[in-house]
Ligand binder design. Structure first.
Ligand code: UGA
Length: 437
């Protein structure tokens, strides 16, 4: 050890009592030494903080309360028992049946489509992240319903590529019915990130896995009537312009249609987008107007009814769930195979888009009148100007393409459909006594 070092070692530990050496060399060494000590000290503190954070991290404590951080949730999957359930649920039980991965299976449309597929003997495996955009207990009740008919819902996110790859490893799905999405037009202004997460990143994650699967599945997925945005030509036909979305929700669905084009073009994936028009019915979504109007009419709360400028009517082409389910099954049945394999395109594959609507728009105020009659309660109407929150004034589907190519023929008018909804609602929420989310 050098002399100088031993001298430095003799420095008193109380800095205030230390007399500075004149030599600049000694001065620098001293500063270096004390900075090293400080650095070590702070590194320990920092490491300690990281360890504390790690052990309290969301893996064991998901953050369902914060919707923008839903992606941080982790799910348990894997293992022989889990694989057995996956295989058994996806097992085809009818001659010429198909095996379908249904994403968003605990959702409104997902539950109905899964049940219908299972009923006719197809293999069905559900996937859902059970997020808390609306009351998750409703999703759990739908899950219980599906479980009773033999459909297993894997808990996980479509952004989890490892999980998706595992599912395709366990089952050679012939089809994917992709219904997992962040829905709702107005909520996009509150939580834009969740739309990008589910409707764009999630879609790409799913298509990436589908493109590499061998065999590649055919994919049918939920687009939306909202892609017509500010289009004023009615009824809306698939050939009309869709480049003026009025909400971020609509923009992400439109982006989905363009992304579908790319994966079809490069990888030969068979892709069918279905533009749903305001789907309603039993087991529906509590964020939709017909649902929370029912809840609030029963509670005696006033309901906001939007109207356009100059008392202009706001109307929707409300479409009953059973008609939508028939359209979904027909889209799956007519989807030709994807042509690629192992991520390589072998030839052109179909790329389709269909309107699934009811072809008869109903003003929102008429929807409220029907509900009043069915519930036998007068609504407290609060007529207000259509807020600038992404809503469009009206929707109206031209369904001739779906009629021709899918045999789609909606047969439920709003009065009949709402009657079925109200019957379910009163039963499910115990005559309105149980709280509706
Ligand atoms: O078909 C579609 O493309 C879309 O249909 C619905 O969106 P929307 O038609 O806006 O359905 P609701 O939120 O149930 O609204 C229905 C009607 O009630 C009106 N409304 C809504 C809320 C409210 O407080 N007051 C009110 O008058 C809306 O302006 C709209 O005309 C779904 O929420 C979307 O996920 C779906 O993609």
């Amino acid at each position: 050890m050098s002399k100088q070092m031993s001298h430095l070692d003799d420095i008193p530990s109380t800095p205030g009592k230390f007399k500075m050496e004149k030599s600049p060399f000694v001065h620098n060494r001293l500063r270096w030494h004390s900075s090293l000590a400080k650095l070590t000290f702070w590194s320990f503190i920092f490491l300690g903080l990281i360890l504390i954070f790690f052990f309290r991290s969301p893996s064991s404590n998901p953050l369902p309360q914060d919707p923008s951080r839903r992606s941080l949730r982790t799910y348990n999957w894997g293992g022989p028992a889990w694989e057995k359930r996956v295989r058994s649920s996806a097992c085809v039980r009818s001659h010429n049946g198909i095996s379908v991965l249904v994403t968003g299976a605990a959702g409104f449309v997902g539950t109905h489509v899964s049940a219908a597929l299972k009923r006719r003997g197809d293999g069905v495996l559900g996937l859902d992240n059970f997020n808390d955009y609306y009351d998750p207990s409703l999703k759990r009740a739908r899950q219980a319903l599906l479980e009773r008919s033999g459909v297993f819902i894997v808990e996980g996110d479509i952004n989890d590529s490892a999980l998706l790859r595992k599912l395709f490893e366990v089952v050679a799905f012939t089809h994917v019915m992709h219904l997992a999405a962040q829905a709702g037009v107005r909520y996009a202004m509150e939580n834009p990130g969740s739309y990008v997460h589910s409707n764009i990143a999630g879609l790409v994650s799913l298509l990436e896995v589908c493109k590499s699967a061998n065999p590649q599945p055919a994919i049918v997925w939920a687009s939306s009537s909202s892609v017509y945005g500010l289009n004023t030509k009615v009824p809306f036909s698939e050939k009309d312009r869709t480049d003026q979305p009025a909400s971020l929700y609509a923009a992400t669905k439109k982006a989905g249609e363009e992304i579908a084009h790319t994966y079809n073009h490069i990888y030969g994936l068979s892709l069918t987008g279905l533009r749903f028009f305001t789907v309603y019915g039993p087991w529906g979504r509590p964020d939709m107007a017909y649902f929370f109007f029912t809840r609030d009419i029963l509670k005696g709360k006033s309901i906001p009814i939007f109207e356009a400028a100059n008392h202009g009517t706001v109307a929707r082409d409300f479409t009953y769930i059973d008609d939508i389910v028939k359209g979904c099954l027909a889209a799956l049945d007519t989807a030709e195979k994807s042509t690629g394999s192992g991520g390589k395109k072998k030839g052109p594959a179909p790329l389709r888009v269909y309107n699934l609507g009811n072809t008869s728009p109903v003003p929102v105020s008429d929807l409220v009148s029907i509900l009043e009659r069915l519930l036998k309660v007068n609504a407290k109407r609060d007529i207000m100007k259509l807020p600038r929150n992404g809503d469009v004034q009206f929707t109206h589907a031209n369904i001739s393409l779906a009629q021709r190519e899918l045999g789609y023929k909606p047969s439920t008018d709003l009065q009949t459909g709402l009657k079925k909804f109200v019957r379910w609602y009163l039963g499910y929420y115990n005559g309105g006594k149980k709280a509706a989310g």
